[in-house]
Write a protein that binds this ligand. Structure first.
Ligand code: KIV
Length: 264
């Protein structure tokens, strides 16, 4: 039996941080609008990310590098109107955190739109930006491994950590980000043994996507989980619903009912 959550206390970044090593894994999902945020919250999801996957799954861009701050703010506002008890995290989009000043200014813009924490992609190369955001009172979630904002330079979505230099870099980056005060780190497409090793070493939760089962939590792009985008096929997600097919069918049935002339 599914019990829809009716009340729970508001969750903070510190609450998510305190789930490190607990038996309950951190089941996180993305939302880009009011109804999806409401539904995820009612289902008890503790962390909702307004990801810049927005670009591909909602706005029709080929990758996340086209997403602007104005687009992120628009969707963060919509999600924030759902007043989720889940922690609401928002992505800093491509090139919005190249300098410390930009990182702080844009994190503040997302916070003003309703984000309770921000996420950006990268390791020690963005440490000054991470430290400045945290120093301005905005909780920060890190993102290591495959970095979608760098997909063009990297030539695709590939597993990270298989070669020794990458493995060591991931560990050193994760340690440095934890030391800087980030409350969690997303590990995207990190080889499972390396994700498990990072999880065992650092004191903050790891939230995996395509990085094996040993992370402290998992995150998915919600339309992938619901089978809304059959034109993307991903190895790490098995859709739990074929929403695209069901929607097409309902719409076609409705069209046929409406467009068929009534019998006289
Ligand atoms: O943009 C996004 O949705 C993300 C998740 C895949 C972690 O960064």
């Amino acid at each position: 039996m599914v019990i829809w959550m009716t009340s729970r206390n508001k969750l903070t970044a510190a609450d998510i941080r305190s789930m490190k090593g607990k038996p309950e894994k951190i089941a996180s999902l993305t939302a880009y609008d009011f109804p999806m945020a409401k539904l995820l919250d009612q289902a008890g999801i503790p962390l909702i990310l307004v990801g810049d996957s927005l670009g591909m799954v909602v706005l029709g861009y080929p990758d996340t590098t086209h997403v602007t701050m104005a687009e992120m703010e628009h969707h963060v506002r919509a999600v924030a109107r759902a007043q989720p008890t889940a922690l609401l995290v928002a992505d800093l989009p491509y090139r919005s955190y190249e300098t410390v000043e930009d990182a702080v200014k844009n994190a503040q813009r997302l916070a003003a739109a309703g984000a309770e924490a921000v996420k950006a992609e990268g390791g020690r190369e963005i440490l000054p930006q991470v430290e400045a955001i945290i120093a301005h009172g905005i909780p920060f979630m890190a993102h290591l491994g495959m970095l979608p904002q760098h997909v063009l330079e990297e030539g695709g979505y590939k597993i990270k950590g298989k070669v020794e230099a990458e493995h060591q870099r991931l560990i050193d980056d994760a340690k440095a980000l934890a030391q800087a005060g980030t409350f969690a780190v997303v590990l995207e497409l990190v080889s499972s043994p390396v994700a498990a090793e990072i999880t065992s070493i650092i004191p903050i939760p790891t939230i995996g996507i395509g990085s094996g089962k040993q992370c402290d939590g998992q995150i998915l792009v919600t339309p992938d989980l619901l089978g809304m985008l059959p034109w993307f096929s991903l190895k790490h997600v098995k859709p739990r619903l074929n929403a695209a097919e069901q929607m097409r069918k309902v719409v076609a049935d409705w069209k046929s009912a409406v467009s068929t002339p009534p019998k006289v």
